[in-house]
Design a protein around this ligand. Structure first.
Ligand SMILES: NC(=O)c1ccc[n+]([C@@H]2O[C@H](COP(=O)([O-])OP(=O)(O)OC[C@H]3O[C@@H](n4cnc5c(N)ncnc54)[C@H](OP(=O)(O)O)[C@@H]3O)[C@@H](O)[C@H]2O)c1
Length: 419
């Protein structure tokens, strides 16, 4: 099977290397030889450490009759979508790691692919075969809930903040120095990378439609040392969670930092590692753990998809679920969970009673309260609250009211609590 590698960067180079290094083993497992015959790149003069013929002419590559399958590893959204669409129109198999393209165009691509194999295992938590698990291993289950730590960069930063007492900026710099974070880390630390992956998993699980902009996405930039202090006091760990749940044909999708109990199994997923917890009606709970990114881990999933194609596996791109349900996205305001609020206030009489009153008038019931000891001569103090299960719309209203009160210094900061 001859393969064109569209994009020979971090992942593309690893794919070429694995296909060459494990050639015999792959042939034994798939029944055919899988040969990377041409690579598509932008800059032909760039030095590369892989041995493959290169071209910067996509049209000539797409016209070649001797290519049996294409691997898209360029990144981006619209350009790869256009190229992949061209390939699917020729009914040639595609493998991609491109979560951003899939987050926006997954259903259009599925409609184009029909019975043409389309592999995207590498698009979510590269080193964890979670797509195959959802499409095949768990196919007897009605999936009820998925909770994932899907972004290694954010998890590395939060782990460092929790364990070493550093602030966000220091942890980010360390992650960048070690190559775990890009020079522009927004995509990772603002939650959109995890949101793309959550949309992909949730489409397989519940056939839900929606773009990243349609769901609740919050990042980790505003987590402060005071939140870490609170987490330690109350036996919590802070993780950037990607959560999806289905109830009454409404799918709740959200990505945000969350407090989870220290004894929650996800609390033990540290550093750049990823994990996905899946809840189904038959199996109840299973968890998958592994490296989420990196050239080789991601390429391992790409090559596994190629082996599947060589073996003739033709399962539909998003699985068999797509016409079974008519589900809708739950509105963000209707989300129900527990909340933590950090409020910086003037330390004077009546403040606490006023805040408690605002909460009660907006149907928020306080579960616990903590006041950080104030430094001598300091005018302000920080109050921490946790709530019983409440409505997102109500807590947002409380934050809005408190922000406009004279004795409140900054906009109160909220973190959701997941049990
Ligand atoms: N890196 C990871 O750990 C990881 C993990 C999971 C998923 N992914 C996904 O895998 C894909 C590839 O990621 P990567 O890290 O390998 O990216 P990368 O290192 O930036 O490589 C991208 C490759 O695509 C080529 N390319 C980009 N735009 C092009 C264009 N317009 N025309 C021609 N060639 C073009 C580049 O050519 P030049 O070399 O000439 O610049 C380069 O070879 C992305 O969708 C990413 O989200 C990556």
């Amino acid at each position: 099977m001859n393969v064109a590698i569209l994009g020979v960067g971090t992942v593309g180079s690893s794919v070429v290397k694995i296909l060459k290094k494990n050639k015999e083993l792959i042939k034994a497992r798939s029944g055919v030889e899988i040969n990377p015959v041409i690579g598509f790149v932008r800059d032909l003069s760039k030095k590369r450490d892989v041995d493959i013929e290169l071209s910067d002419d996509i049209n000539s590559i797409l016209k070649r009759d001797d290519i049996d399958a294409y691997v898209e590893l360029m990144g981006g959204v619209d350009r790869p979508y256009k190229i992949v669409s061209e390939i699917l129109k020729q009914e040639k198999p595609v493998v991609t790691a491109n979560k951003a393209m899939l987050a926006y165009h997954r259903y259009a691509l599925q409609n184009l692919a029909k019975n043409t194999p389309f592999g995207f295992e590498a698009s979510v938590a590269g080193g964890i075969p979670i797509i195959k698990a959802l499409k095949e291993g768990l196919s007897a289950n009605k999936i009820e809930k998925i909770v994932g730590i899907l972004n290694g960069t954010s998890n590395y930063i939060l782990t460092n903040m929790m364990q070493n007492g550093v602030n966000f900026d220091e942890a980010l710099t360390k992650a960048q120095n070690l190559g775990y974070a890009e020079s522009d880390p927004s995509f990772d630390v603002d939650g959109f990378d995890a949101a793309h992956k959550l949309l992909i998993l949730s489409s397989i699980a519940y056939s839900v439609h929606g773009d990243p902009e349609d769901i609740l996405v919050k990042g980790i930039r505003k987590i402060s040392s005071e939140d870490i202090f609170f987490a330690n006091e109350f036996e919590y760990v802070i993780k950037l969670l990607a959560i999806s749940k289905i109830e009454d044909k409404k799918v709740e999708l959200r990505v945000h930092p969350a407090f989870i109990n220290k004894d929650n199994i996800l609390a033990k997923v540290d550093g750049v590692m990823n994990a996905v917890s899946v809840y189904g009606d038959a199996l109840k709970h299973s968890m998958y753990y592994g490296p989420g990114a990196g050239g080789d881990a991601t390429a391992s999933a790409v090559v596994a998809d190629l082996i599947d194609i060589a073996k003739g596996n033709k399962s539909p791109m998003l699985g068999y679920n797509t016409t079974l349900q008519n589900v809708k996205l739950l509105s963000q305001n209707d989300i129900k969970t527990k909340y933590y609020l950090r409020v910086r206030v003037e330390d004077k009489k009546g403040v606490l009673a006023t805040i408690a009153n605002v909460m009660s008038e907006n149907r928020i019931s306080i579960d616990s309260f903590l006041q950080k000891p104030r430094l001598k001569d300091e005018k302000y103090t920080t109050l921490f609250f946790t709530t019983h299960t409440s409505l997102e719309a109500d807590i947002k209203k409380v934050i809005e009211i408190l922000e406009n009160m004279k004795f409140v210094l900054n906009r109160p900061f909220m973190i959701r609590i997941e049990s």
